[in-house]
Design a protein around this ligand. Structure first.
Ligand SMILES: [Zn+2]
Ligand SMILES: [Zn+2]
Ligand SMILES: [Zn+2]
Length: 387
């Protein structure tokens, strides 16, 4: 095998074209990163800007144009698997109290530096949702009439009944975080799956005409935009999916990767893919990039949150809006141009009424509540929303 000289990456006079080709040869000589070869890869790339170069390659239009889908896939897998390995290594280091860079070996310091680099490369469009806590749920419904005072809604009365049962018992029924009222039902948020089992067993016999259920979870959904296939041919969709799975190195033993919906767009279609949690995890580790063969696409997490761009409220789509049009920046009703659009301090959100925020702000409390409800229905523990 020809020697792969990745030392040329340090040389500023070598053109990118040659560097990229050296990196590709190097990456292909290893193939998949795994437990057996990761240490030797790290030793080989010590002091060499291999990850930076890979990053540049994978965003270089010309390189992407000239490279086969298989090679692009190999490179993007290699980059993200190495980064993941470095993150795991750092977590081990951080668990040790009193670790500082001073006390580290060269090897540890290098890993630490690479790790910081890996952290910084989360795409800046992604939304961090680590602050949104998702708890195991029980949904309580009943069609039986509930005695209630006139000023209380049915869910409010249901909630009082459950609270009374829990208050009156001396049994430790399990940890409850909160009881939340819905439109016609209530939801108990439990502090763990184990608590949920206990609470369910405790409450079910005490509420005979109610139904207590654990809501089913669906697999995460992602959207891929501007895919050029002819959706009128069902075979075209199936072929496309099979190639996508193979090219990205996804495992699909139970055929859980499915196209659930597609929208026609001028340049092809946008489609929704239902994927198992492990695949969602894998895509996140690759910074959301998906290999479409002729190009890399960004996966976008999809949630069924309807937002109307006419009245700027949630719950219906623009085509079904029966309300007066309202400005998403200042909450006022005015003509086409908003007088304060370019002055964020004078924005006012029409949904949460917060000053300095607008209807498109993902930090909006109303949006975050909608998002939490959708996340609760999904079989994935989101740290980031790929947006
Ligand atoms: Zn509307
Ligand atoms: Zn306005
Ligand atoms: Zn808001």
């Amino acid at each position: 095998m020809a020697a792969t000289n990745i030392n040329i990456l340090k040389n500023l006079n070598v053109p990118d074209k040659d560097k990229f080709s050296a990196v590709l040869t190097f990456v292909k000589s290893f193939g998949e990163v795994d437990a057996s070869n990761k240490s030797s890869i790290l030793t080989r790339i010590r002091g060499i800007p291999l990850l930076d170069t890979l990053d540049r390659m994978l965003t270089d239009e010309q390189w992407l144009d000239e490279t086969s889908g298989e090679d692009i896939g190999t490179c993007s897998r290699f980059l993200h698997d190495i980064k993941t390995y470095l993150i795991e290594e750092e977590n081990i280091l951080l668990d040790r109290p009193g670790t500082s860079m001073d006390g580290m070996s060269n090897n540890q310091q290098r890993r630490n530096t690479c790790q910081q680099y890996a952290k910084m490369t989360v795409p800046n469009t992604w939304i961090n949702v680590e602050n949104i806590q998702i708890w195991p749920l029980i949904i309580l419904k009943t069609s039986a009439p509930i005695k209630r005072p006139l000023n209380k809604t049915k869910p409010q009365a249901m909630r009082s009944i459950v609270e009374k049962i829990l208050e009156d018992t001396a049994v430790d029924a399990g940890g409850i975080i909160e009881i939340e009222e819905g439109h016609s039902s209530i939801k108990i948020k439990c502090d763990s799956i184990a608590s949920r089992t206990r609470i369910l067993r405790f409450l079910t016999p005490k509420l005979p005409r109610w139904t207590l259920t654990i809501p089913p979870l669906r697999d995460p959904l992602i959207m891929i935009k501007n895919v050029s296939i002819d959706p009128s041919k069902e075979l075209a969709l199936n072929n496309w999916l099979a190639k996508l799975i193979a090219r990205n190195g996804w495992q699909n033993p139970d055929n859980k990767i499915r196209i659930t919906y597609w929208f026609k767009k001028p340049n092809g279609i946008d489609l929704l893919l239902s994927i198992p949690p492990v695949i969602r995890e894998k895509i996140e580790r690759r910074n959301g990039s998906i290999n479409l063969g002729y190009r890399l696409a960004q996966a976008i997490d999809y949630f069924d949150i309807k937002f109307c761009t006419t009245c700027c409220s949630y719950g219906h789509s623009t085509t079904k809006c029966a309300l007066i049009s309202k400005c998403g920046y200042c909450s006022e009703v005015h003509g086409k141009t908003c007088p304060v659009k370019n002055d964020p301090t004078r924005h006012r959100c029409p949904n949460c009424f917060k000053q300095g925020e607008n209807a498109f702000d993902k930090k909006c409390q109303v949006y975050q509540t909608k998002l939490r409800h959708e996340m609760e229905k999904t079989n994935f523990n989101y740290k980031f929303i790929m947006a």
